[in-house]
Design a protein around this ligand. Structure first.
Ligand code: ASP
Length: 449
């Protein structure tokens, strides 16, 4: 068995779902279990409808709901699911009217509304599969994905969910393609919950772990992980294989391919995860496993984070005094501003932040005991690779490559699988290009394509 997860854009229209059916058909021998997101931006739309209803804009909410209803009918014309879709929208309309009367959004109601996206898309995808000759069966994810009561961010009850998945899915998958919605679950007493935004990857990973899948495939709209952020440097190579730790590091640095926490259940059971492109299914994508094979190219990818502000804090008064860092971080914490990179010496601290909403207040408080300078328009460049730990000279090569660029800050993470640098945003393109030339002018064909 394999789990195949398709995100919102992969199932955004009848045409897109047909493409998905083709991909699934080609892998039918692997006994696919298909996990789908809501169609396109449906979850956002549902949440906007609910928000409008509770804010007293009942007519706007109902008009937006009507648009969503028509969209679902239009994309499913001829599939024979009109009655089912209609019944779902009836239920949803009652709920939205109720919200308008109450004028209050409870977490439980939010989940009840946002779950409709995946409840509908899974029925629709299953119907489309059957129309196209795939023997498929629909499973309501809420009957197998059991969670706690923390609405909108529910935590799966793993033992219970694994038990139910193992008892239901393999038997069905022996003769049918199983189709279920991602993101949604229910409490043990049957109340609908959701796993948090973007939760369908998490569903896929839990399903894979629960049924002992051979592979979990996350189908997206990119070819997989690349050696450079394509918005900064187009034409990077595809990373064929990377480790879970590398993927997690890259995900943090804005390679929005995958949220690292979501694949943990798969990693725990040692199930490979593969990122694939539903628009170019012939491309092999990126394989993620606990350990990745060693490569003669020491870094796996160069990630970037833009819109960074660099903060320098200096206090000669704090020389030999303790509590300097605690005082600084207590202030950042109080203003809910998270710090990304950090470098310190005895009397100075350099750090980067990306949320500057409370910077003026932070500055005012810190200036009571230290000098404070903030500089916007900076960027982080992060070289990621397990081999950075063991191959000597990676930093030396990086600095020679960047000899004409002013590097504002340097940090090697405790994980020792990244070297991060801060440069002015105007130097970012040049910095990534130089580093890419240094490390990937002759990429190991076993690891990159
Ligand atoms: N539909 C949900 C969302 O938009 C879950 C997902 O797509 O993963 O957040």
């Amino acid at each position: 068995m394999i789990v195949m997860k398709f995100g919102g854009t992969s199932v955004e229209s009848a045409q897109a779902i047909e493409r998905v059916a083709g991909i699934v058909k080609d892998r039918i021998a692997c006994r696919p279990v298909v996990v789908v997101s809501a169609m396109g931006k449906t979850t956002n739309k549902l949440l906007a409808i609910a928000a409008a209803a509770v804010a007293g804009h009942r007519d706007t909410a109902l008009a937006q709901l009507e648009d969503l209803r028509q969209f679902h009918h239009l994309e499913t014309a001829g599939l024979g699911v009109d009655a089912q879709i209609e019944a779902h929208f009836q239920e949803l309309t009652e709920l939205v009217k109720g919200l308008a009367v109450m004028g209050e959004m409870t977490p439980r109601a939010t989940d009840a509304v946002s779950a409709f996206g995946e409840r509908l898309s899974s029925i629709i995808v299953n119907a489309k599969f059957r129309q196209l000759g795939i023997e498929s069966v629909h499973v309501d994810a809420r009957s197998v994905m059991i969670t706690d009561h923390r609405h909108a961010q529910a935590a799966p009850l793993f033992a219970e969910s694994y038990g139910r998945l193992a008892a239901t899915i393999p038997a069905l998958a022996a003769t049918n393609v199983v189709v279920m919605g991602g993101f949604i679950g229910s409490t043990e007493d049957g109340v609908t919950t959701t796993l948090g935004r973007g939760g369908s990857d998490f569903t896929a990973s839990i399903v894979g772990a629960g049924i002992g899948a051979d592979e979990i495939q996350i189908w997206t709209d990119v070819d997989g992980m690349l050696t450079a952020d394509p918005t900064v440097l187009p034409g990077g190579y595809r990373v064929k294989h990377c480790s879970f730790a590398e993927a997690a590091e890259l995900a943090y640095f804005g390679a929005k391919v995958l949220h690292p926490a979501t694949v943990l259940p798969a990693i725990e059971k040692n199930i490979p995860v593969r990122i694939l492109n539903s628009r170019r299914p012939q491309v092999e994508g990126t394989l993620i496993t606990a350990e990745a094979p060693k490569s003669s190219t020491p870094i796996r990818s160069i990630a970037c984070k833009k819109n960074i502000t660099l903060v320098n804090i200096v206090s000669t008064r704090m020389l030999m005094a303790h509590g300097f860092l605690r005082r600084i971080f207590e202030i950042f914490d109080r203003y809910e501003t998270s710090v990304d990179m950090l470098a310190t010496s005895e009397v100075s601290v350099s750090l980067t932040i990306d949320n500057t909403g409370n910077l003026a207040d932070i500055r005012r408080e810190i200036e009571e005991f230290a000098d404070f300078a903030a500089e916007g328009d900076q960027a982080i460049v992060c070289m990621v690779g397990d081999n950075i730990r063991t191959v000597p000279g990676v930093a030396a090569r990086a600095f020679i490559a960047l000899k004409d660029i002013r590097v504002r800050m340097i940090s090697e993470g405790a994980s020792q699988l990244n070297i991060s640098l801060v440069v002015a945003a105007s130097d970012l393109g040049r910095a990534v290009e130089s580093l890419h030339r240094e490390f990937f002018s002759n990429p190991d064909p076993a690891a990159f394509e």
